[in-house]
Design a protein around this ligand. Structure first.
Ligand code: ATP
Length: 260
């Protein structure tokens, strides 16, 4: 599956005729099995772009399409957010099953998928636990399993690990790569964290400040599953420095204007 974004602009219109151009002329293709990470200063339109791809917002102009579907239907979109938004009264299994029930998937198939995705995210044994009994990292695993269980065509992730402590975040990044490797979904991922971007991405898209425009696209040429190894440390840090240089001025302006 490919996500094709062509000349997309998004303007928010306020009540008193004030409008805000959040995104201007965004063209980007997430190729089949590609993991693309969006970075940029606060308020540059990262979440807006993700919501447009998800179909939760409509572009003011331009086109967004998911290409590669073999049937005539809307693409299924898996979404993972910073706020996992689990139902506190449902168990882990029942939270993951919710989307499947909504889709009308039968009991037996639900059971098979639950077992598969719960095991994939490492939650076997916690099926009957309630959200309040889980750590932040475990709750986010439930969020990932819930997104994957619908067997989406594409995966969208909006700062999924930003509420986690640093160690849990590092572990979840590692796990995400392994989980992603089993699905190979075309993925668009938003983060503020440059190290996270360099660790996860095939390509990093840097957005500039308002209105958000693509200022650079950087392919990360370090073997995907070895980026934390000593031998690549210099190379890794070079990417981090390069991206920080690209967004620093914008980030400082955003900070001055109180957007973070
Ligand atoms: N519903 C809305 N109505 C009006 N303006 C909005 C709306 N949603 C977002 N904006 C504005 O659009 C711009 C882009 O917002 P968006 O949340 O997409 O940026 P972001 O890069 O994801 O920000 P952050 O990194 O802080 O999460 C911001 O200036 C924001 O204030």
């Amino acid at each position: 599956m490919r996500i094709v974004i062509e000349a997309v602009c998004k303007e928010y219109t306020g009540r008193q005729e004030q409008s805000l151009l959040a995104l201007n002329d965004i063209s980007l293709t997430v190729e089949q099995e590609e993991f693309v990470v969006l970075v940029g200063p606060s308020g540059c339109g990262k979440s807006t772009l993700l919501n447009l791809v998800a179909g939760l917002l409509a572009p003011t102009s331009g086109v967004i399409a998911v290409e590669g579907l073999t049937e005539d239907r809307d693409p299924a979109v898996g979404m993972v957010f910073q706020e996992v938004g689990l139902f506190p009264w449902r168990t882990v299994a029942a939270n993951i099953a919710f989307g499947l029930e909504e889709m009308g998937i039968g009991r037996q198939e639900r059971k098979t998928r639950l077992a598969h995705y719960i095991s994939l995210v490492g939650l076997t044994g916690f099926e009957q636990a309630y959200p309040h009994q889980l750590s932040g990292g475990m709750r986010q695993r439930v969020g990932i399993a819930r997104a994957l269980a619908i067997q989406p065509d594409i995966l969208l992730m909006d700062e999924p690990f930003s509420a986690l402590d640093a160690q849990t975040r590092t572990l979840m990044q590692e796990e995400l790569l392994h989980i992603w490797d089993k699905t190979r979904l075309s993925t668009l991922y938003v983060t503020h964290n440059i190290q996270e971007a360099v660790y996860l991405a095939d390509r990093i898209v840097v957005l500039s400040r308002r209105p958000g425009r693509i200022s650079s696209i950087i392919a990360v040429d370090i073997p995907k599953f070895s980026r934390d190894q000593e031998q690549y440390r210099y190379c890794f840090n070079t990417y981090v420095d390069e991206i920080w240089r690209l967004i620093r001025k914008d980030a400082e302006e955003a900070l001055r204007e109180g957007e973070s």
